[in-house]
Ligand binder design. Structure first.
Ligand code: DCS
Length: 486
């Protein structure tokens, strides 16, 4: 089909909400990187680097992180149950993986991992997840509150779909934010009500700012329905203190807001003085029950030390909605039939890893701690490197998988960006890519205080590659600053 004039579908005729939706994590810089990668393949030596290093996306296994053995053993056995009847299996798989696979298969009707499940997910797996949450929080979780999803993303979309009827419905979101939120709000036709995280206090969440933005939105006739909190933060990496979380819970309760708690980085904390607390736990420890406020917690198999992004597993735990609303949420889940079963099994495993005394426990802990301590070292090395550059300041990555340094760029660079019709940070990211093969995401993709420039860089390249990444970054930055010196 070449004639666009007669095409029944044109960019002008498709849903304008799709045109409005943006997702920079796989945006222009990344598309350019893929082009360069192709050029390197067909014409080696055509660029000043021999590989593209994707620091744009939190996709650990794509950069060489190994999966956790126990999780994969259980998945393999569940997917091919005939292995359980073979003698060799006992030599190849750990006894607790075999026992877990048997237990999981026993909870799946007909042991059929190729069958659709209940639309919230297999009941036995939801029981296991609820038990994992109870052990984590010290407050009872309920399997009926768990909705298993293909990664956290579909859960977020489902909640936006539930809460947004028109642009009069607003969702309070942190800025900078992970652009799933802005994209999903745009797709569902709502209004993003921004609250700015304070960079000077390590990306602090100031309640006075949230209040101000809520009032401002209300004065414009927007009904604010929910508050999104990403903890630990993406792209900002901060971990909220419990006092701060209490204030947020209190605020949501008083203002009648749904608290959408994105807790996918709950295992990614790299500093001794910070600890993960789920919002539900904080609310319950304040004495608030289900009836006091609705809370949705999102969790994913893509993050943590497991990084199983491609398996598409996750769940949302929904509390504080009345029965009639829950029925509607269930109905929407049932339109999608169910999430994939491998992802469901994995979600139950990350919430119930091996325990002391299990055959896998020692090797599991070694793998887990190895990954987390390496991530902490990589975060610190990159943070120090960014802070050593002229005109760059970078907050600590207390958690998550990213650094979000601020760039003070010379006026000439800002003008050159304008002349190229680009935001200054997109211009910088484009030049970084062309000079070094390193792919980062410009700050504009996450939102930032107007007039400030940032980029997001993951901490995920394997540890032995970090020195080379740092020296390439440094050399590029120095020559960029020299080129555009005022
Ligand atoms: N919430 C946050 C805060 C995330 O960072 C991500 C993914 C998700 C939800 C959804 O992930 P899943 O659907 O895989 O569970 N993070 C993206 C990012 O910033 N880089 O890689 C993906």
């Amino acid at each position: 089909m070449s004639s666009t004039a007669t095409s029944p579908v044109t960019v002008e005729s498709i849903n304008p909400k799709i045109l409005k939706c943006q997702y920079a994590v796989r945006g222009e810089v990344v598309i350019h990187a893929q082009r360069l990668q192709q050029e390197l393949l067909t014409n080696p030596g055509s660029h000043p680097f021999d590989e593209i290093l994707y620091c744009n996306i939190g996709n650990p296994q794509s950069l060489g992180q190994k999966p956790i053995t126990f999780f994969r053993e259980v998945l393999a056995l569940c997917d091919h149950p005939a292995l359980l009847d073979k003698d060799e299996t006992r030599a190849l798989f750990s006894s607790d993986a075999i026992a877990r696979a048997r237990q999981i298969l026993g909870s799946i009707p007909g042991r059929a991992t190729g069958a659709y499940s209940h639309s919230q997910g297999i009941k036995g797996l939801r029981d296991a997840i609820a038990a994992g949450i109870t052990a984590r929080d010290g407050f009872t979780a309920n399997a009926d509150d768990i909705f298993l999803t293909d990664g956290a993303s579909p859960g977020v979309h489902m909640m936006m779909q539930l809460l947004i009827s028109s642009e009069k419905d607003g969702i309070l979101c942190p800025i900078p934010q992970y652009p799933l939120y802005s994209a999903s709000i745009a797709l569902h036709g709502g209004s993003l009500v921004p609250y700015y995280l304070e960079e000077a206090t390590g990306w602090g969440l100031e309640l006075s700012e949230v209040k101000k933005q809520l009032e401002d939105a209300r004065s414009k006739g927007i009904t604010v329905r929910a508050l999104v909190v990403i903890n630990p933060g993406n792209p900002t990496g901060q971990v909220l203190a419990e006092d701060n979380q209490r204030e947020i819970v209190e605020f949501c309760k008083n203002e009648g807001l749904v608290l959408l708690a994105d807790e996918v980085y709950q295992e990614n904390i790299y500093v001794e003085d910070k600890k993960f607390n789920s919002f539900k736990k904080v609310a319950r420890s304040m004495g608030y029950g289900e009836e006091d406020l609705p809370i949705v917690s999102f969790q994913s198999v893509s993050k943590g030390y497991y990084g199983e992004c491609g398996k598409r597993g996750g769940y949302m735990e929904i509390t504080g909605f009345n029965a009639a609303v829950r029925e509607q949420i269930y109905k929407v889940a049932s339109v999608n039939l169910c999430s994939n079963i491998t992802g469901q099994i994995l979600a139950s495993l990350i919430m119930n890893p091996p325990k002391p005394g299990d055959e896998s426990y020692e090797s599991y802990i070694k793998e887990k701690n190895g990954i987390l301590s390496s991530l902490a070292r990589r975060a610190k090395a990159l943070e120090d490197a960014f802070n050593s550059l002229e005109g760059v300041t970078c907050n600590k990555a207390e958690g998550a998988m990213y650094l979000f340094p601020q760039l003070s760029l010379p006026q000439k660079a800002i003008e050159a960006a304008k002349a190229a019709n680009k935001a200054a940070d997109a211009f910088y990211a484009g030049r970084l890519l062309e000079d070094t093969g390193i792919v980062v995401v410009p700050g504009s993709g996450f939102g930032q205080v107007p007039g400030t420039w940032h980029f997001r860089c993951t901490i995920l390249p394997q540890e032995d590659k970090i020195p080379a990444v740092i020296s390439r970054l440094k050399a590029f930055h120095e020559s960029f600053m020299k080129e555009f010196h005022d």
